[in-house]
Design a protein around this ligand. Structure first.
Ligand SMILES: Cc1cc2nc3c(=O)[nH]c(=O)nc-3n(C[C@H](O)[C@H](O)[C@H](O)COP(=O)(O)O)c2cc1C
Length: 334
């Protein structure tokens, strides 16, 4: 079967059936509950929560609790970050208790505040410790446990295949690999071919990640990596439908014709205000609104953009958004 058709086929993970092989990547500050619910509605095969620090979860912090709440999705994946095996195990129990169908362990985050705390991709520098943590999480919950990692810390330490193999032995059900090292941060291009070494080291499904924006990219990534599925992050900026659209294109089925973009964005805005409450929601929504403007109304006059990005009253933000999208239509009609 060619890679395009494969993207549209289901993937089984124990008792969980994932309807297709195009996933939304976890992105802290982006893939919150409203975003993931949308992505699933558009047809994404799987969505993953923003990472949740296990220590914060144990303290019951509101932001962490919001991150693990079950959205309206068929498969709820909670991603945990942390460095202490006991705290990660407890975090996994809390997440499963809140309805997580899968617990994912973050071994890929390059952020200083995460790696400085010796979690995220820093775990890859100490495979023995990383594996102790994986074993603790697997032992703590009955739901499948997955791991998301990078190729390694740097080019001299491409140990993703070894860690994936050991994680599989410890009972991990699937691994995702972002085709960059920690050293690369987000620079350069993701190396899809390098992910093949992980695929060859394990029999569990491997998900490839990094720099996919189109169906052609997704198919090329599957071909080059040999992976079983693809995961897309930043391509979703201003386009929560991207994974679903690529899966539909792969299936050869028509994609839902774009509803009015201005109505779409305003309905997403409303969802965020409802989820976070008006005050926090107005601030949180700004990055999304900026991406929507960049993508769908490039050339928005600066004063209109400023109004969208700084107004405190939702009604004023909505009026500025409508004006920005109307101005785009007038420009494209001219
Ligand atoms: C703003 C942002 C937040 C991210 N947060 C997380 C996270 O919480 N957990 C995680 O495993 N990866 C996180 N990542 C990494 C992405 O999941 C993904 O691996 C990376 O962006 C490469 O994929 P892409 O090129 O499709 O964006 C984040 C990336 C970005 C840009």
């Amino acid at each position: 079967m060619n890679a395009i058709r494969r993207l549209a086929t289901p993937l089984r993970l124990g008792r969980i059936e994932i309807p297709n092989r195009v996933f939304l990547a976890p992105m802290s500050g982006v893939t919150d509950e409203p975003f993931r619910a949308r992505a699933v509605k558009h047809g994404a095969g799987l969505v993953v929560s923003e990472m949740v620090a296990s220590g914060e979860l144990m303290k019951g912090r509101r932001n962490s609790t919001l991150r693990i709440r079950r959205p309206d999705v068929p498969v709820h994946v909670v991603q945990l970050a942390g460095r202490e095996a006991a705290a990660m195990a407890e975090g996994a129990r809390i997440a499963a208790g809140e309805g997580a169908d899968i617990v994912d362990i973050n071994m890929g985050c390059p952020a200083k505040k995460v790696t400085g705390g010796y979690c995220g991709s820093a775990l890859m520098r100490d495979p023995d410790h990383a594996l102790a943590l994986v074993e603790a999480v697997v032992g703590a919950v009955s739901v499948p446990v997955t791991v998301k990692m990078r190729l390694g810390w740097d080019h001299d330490h491409l140990n993703a295949p070894e860690i994936a193999r050991r994680a599989q032995e410890a009972g991990v059900a699937m691994v995702t690999v972002h085709g960059r090292t920690r050293d690369q941060l987000y620079n350069g291009r993701a190396n899809w071919r390098a992910i093949r070494a992980v695929k060859e080291a394990v029999t569990i499904p491997v998900v490839a990640n990094g720099d996919v924006g189109t169906l052609a990219d997704a198919a090329a990534m599957l071909d080059q990596s040999g992976a079983d599925a693809v995961m897309i992050g930043r391509g979703h900026y201003g386009a929560p439908w991207l994974a679903g659209r690529i899966a539909a294109e792969a299936a050869g089925s028509g994609t839902d014709s774009e509803s009015d973009i201005s109505d779409y964005v305003i309905s997403h805005y409303d969802d965020m205000l409802t989820f976070y409450g008006s005050i926090q929601g107005v601030r949180h929504a700004r990055k999304h609104l900026g991406w929507y403007l960049d993508r769908h109304a490039p050339g928005t006059p600066p004063e209109l953009r400023r109004a969208v990005m700084t107004a405190l009253e939702p009604a004023a933000v909505i009026a500025a958004l409508r004006a920005a999208f109307a101005a785009r239509q007038m420009r494209s009609a001219a």
